[in-house]
Design a protein around this ligand. Structure first.
Ligand code: GAR
Length: 216
């Protein structure tokens, strides 16, 4: 059975949805860079090993990333876990770390990438006046919030939306598509092409268009 390590920094709602998704793999550990991360409790309640690796104890990014990589590799078999998931892990990762886990490192980002990388994505979407917003699961490459896209979900931006209302609408879809992407990976259905794109083996019919605002 394939093994998964999940990295978090905070609330852990994506972690919770992954823990509850009955994935065809074993979640070997949850690692947080913040001791106060609420998500740690979800793992503990379910008997999943938790580790806190506080980045503030390291004097530079390279040292922290090396220690984090070593900790990740302690879980899973001798080669470390098959898959590493960033689930609200709010740290920029060094090129060395990303290369170490290349092809087995996924992230969820709360926008339709390549639109709105970085922080405050819902505020960015509202400021830009987009009618459609969403979330993306992608393989991680060294540049921030970039890398081959696995799956995206789109939601309408509604008149009068606040950042919070929009975030909540997107988050519900994050929980759906992250579990879906992880399932595909564990079922060995995701193929990274030499051109840096993702092919889904046995892809289903195309999704229906989302038009926003819809016609009356
Ligand atoms: C999620 O919205 C996730 O997409 C985002 O942080 C939130 C974590 O929530 N990640 C990023 O912005 C990464 N660039 P959670 O802790 O409840 O899963």
């Amino acid at each position: 059975m394939k093994t998964v390590v999940i990295l978090i920094s905070g609330r852990g709602s994506n972690l919770l949805s992954l823990l509850e998704a009955e994935l065809p793999g074993r979640i070997a550990a949850v690692i947080s860079n913040r001791p106060e991360a609420g998500g740690l409790a979800y793992a503990k309640e379910r008997g999943v090993a938790t580790v806190v690796l506080d980045h503030r104890a390291y004097s530079n990014r390279a040292d922290f990333d090396a220690a984090l990589g070593d900790e990740i590799e302690r879980h899973g078999d001798s080669k470390g876990p098959d898959l590493v998931l960033l689930a609200g892990f709010m740290r920029i990762l060094s090129d060395g770390f990303v290369r170490r886990f290349s092809g087995r490192l996924l992230n969820i980002h709360p926008s339709l990438l390549p639109a709105f990388p970085g922080l405050n994505t819902h505020a960015q979407a509202l400021a830009a006046g987009v009618r459609i917003h969403g979330c993306t699961v992608h393989f991680v490459t060294p540049a921030l919030d970039s890398g081959p896209i696995v799956v995206q979900a789109a939601v309408p931006v509604l008149g009068g939306d606040t950042e919070e209302a929009l975030a909540e609408r997107v988050l519900r879809q994050e929980h759906r598509i992250y579990a879906q992407a992880v399932r595909w990976f564990l079922e060995e259905r995701l193929l990274l092409t030499p051109g840096g794109r993702v092919e889904l083996l046995g892809e289903g019919p195309p999704a229906t268009p989302l038009i926003s605002p819809a016609q009356a």
